[in-house]
Ligand binder design. Structure first.
Ligand code: AMP
Length: 278
C-alpha cells in the first residue's frame, strides 16, 4: 500500500494507474464502517484509494474539531490489512493552498436537520469532497448511508459540477448493540456507549410502529420521547423525511422512500443515525 502526502505525488502515481479508480474519503479514526466502504470499493473497482483528512471547513464547532480523534498510523495499518492500494494523507496546505471561498447552493437539502443545526457544515463537506475528487479523479466514490443527508448533498454537488464520478452508497455498519459505528463513539465512556444504543433501538422500534398506522407527525414525537427517556440522551432533532428531497413527510403514501433521521447529544458528544422506514 502506498501512502502519499502531496497532491503532486499521488497524481504521478494515479496518472500511471490503469483500470477503474475507486475512492473512499474519510476523516480517519477508522472503524469497521469505514472498512466496509473499502471492501465494497475493492470489489467494484481496480484501484482503491482512501483519504484521511480532518477537514476544518466542515466543523462549525471548533471544540469538536480540536477533540476529533486522530490515529493516522493505526488507520494506515487497518487500510493496509483491508487491501487498500493507495492512501492519501494530505496536510491542510495541500488541500487548501488558498482559502476556499466557494459557496454552494443546495436549495432545501441543507436547510434542515444537519444543515440547520450545523450551519456551514455541508458547504465545507462540498468544498473538501470536490477538491479531493479533483485530485483523485475517481470513477466511483463510496459514502456511508450513516450520513444520509451527506449522501444527498454529494449527489447534488456531483450533478451541479457535472462530475462523471459515480456515487455509491454503503449500508450503515452497527455495533452488536445496534449503535451505528462512528469515530466519535471513541469519545464516549462505557456507560455512555451503552446508553447511546438507545438511539438505534428507538429507530428500530419506530420502524415496527409504521406498520401500526401511526401518523408521521406522531411517530416523530415518539422517537424523540423514546430517545429522551434513556439516561444522558437528549434529542436535538427527530425528522421523518423523503429519501430524495429530504422534505418532511406528512403522509406515508405520498413518498416511495422515507427515512427517520435523528441527532442526539450525549454529554458533549453529538451522534447522528437514521433508518429507512419505507
Ligand atoms: P467520516 O470519517 O466520519 O467522514 O466517514 C467517512 C465515510 O465513512 C463517510 O462516507 C461515512 O458515511 C462512512 N461511515 C461512517 N460511519 C459509518 C458506518 N457506521 N457505516 C457505514 N459507513 C460509515
Amino acid at each position: 500500500m502506498d501512502i502519499y502526502r502531496k497532491v503532486s505525488d499521488i497524481r504521478l502515481r494515479l496518472d500511471k494507474a490503469e483500470g477503474v479508480v475507486g475512492f473512499v474519503p474519510t476523516m480517519g479514526a477508522l472503524h469497521c464502517g469505514h472498512l466496509s466502504l473499502v471492501k465494497l470499493c475493492k470489489s467494484a473497482t481496480d484501484i482503491t484509494v482512501a483519504s484521511i483528512f480532518v477537514n476544518p471547513t466542515q466543523f462549525n464547532d471548533s471544540e469538536d474539531y480540536r477533540r476529533y480523534p486522530r490515529n493516522v498510523e493505526s488507520d494506515c495499518e487497518m487500510l493496509k490489512n483491508a487491501g487498500c492500494d493507495i492512501v492519501f494523507v494530505p496536510s491542510e496546505e495541500e488541500i487548501y493552498p488558498e482559502p476556499d471561498n466557494r459557496i454552494f447552493d443546495f436549495g432545501n437539502l441543507d436547510k434542515i436537520m444537519e444543515g440547520y443545526f450545523r450551519p456551514g457544515h455541508f458547504n465545507g463537506v462540498a468544498q473538501v469532497v470536490s477538491r479531493l475528487f479533483d485530485i483523485v479523479k475517481p470513477d466511483k466514490a463510496f459514502f456511508g448511508q450513516k450520513d444520509f443527508q451527506q449522501v444527498a448533498i454529494i449527489k447534488a454537488m456531483a450533478r451541479q459540477l457535472n462530475l462523471s464520478t459515480k456515487i455509491e452508497v454503503v449500508p450503515t455498519v452497527r455495533e452488536n448493540s445496534g449503535l451505528a459505528m462512528s469515530s466519535r463513539n471513541a469519545l464516549l465512556t462505557e456507560t455512555q456507549q451503552k446508553n447511546a444504543a438507545g438511539i438505534s433501538q428507538s429507530l428500530f422500534r419506530a420502524k415496527e410502529a409504521v406498520k401500526q398506522n401511526v401518523s408521521p407527525a406522531h411517530l416523530k414525537n415518539e422517537i424523540a420521547e423514546m430517545i429522551n427517556s434513556v439516561p444522558e440522551l437528549k434529542t436535538e432533532y427527530a425528522e421523518i423525511v423523503d429519501g430524495k428531497t429530504l422534505e418532511p413527510v406528512s403522509d406515508w403514501n405520498r413518498h416511495s422512500e422515507i427515512f427517520a433521521c435523528v441527532a442526539v447529544n450525549i454529554g458533549k458528544i453529538r451522534l447522528i443515525d437514521n433508518i429507512q422506514l419505507k
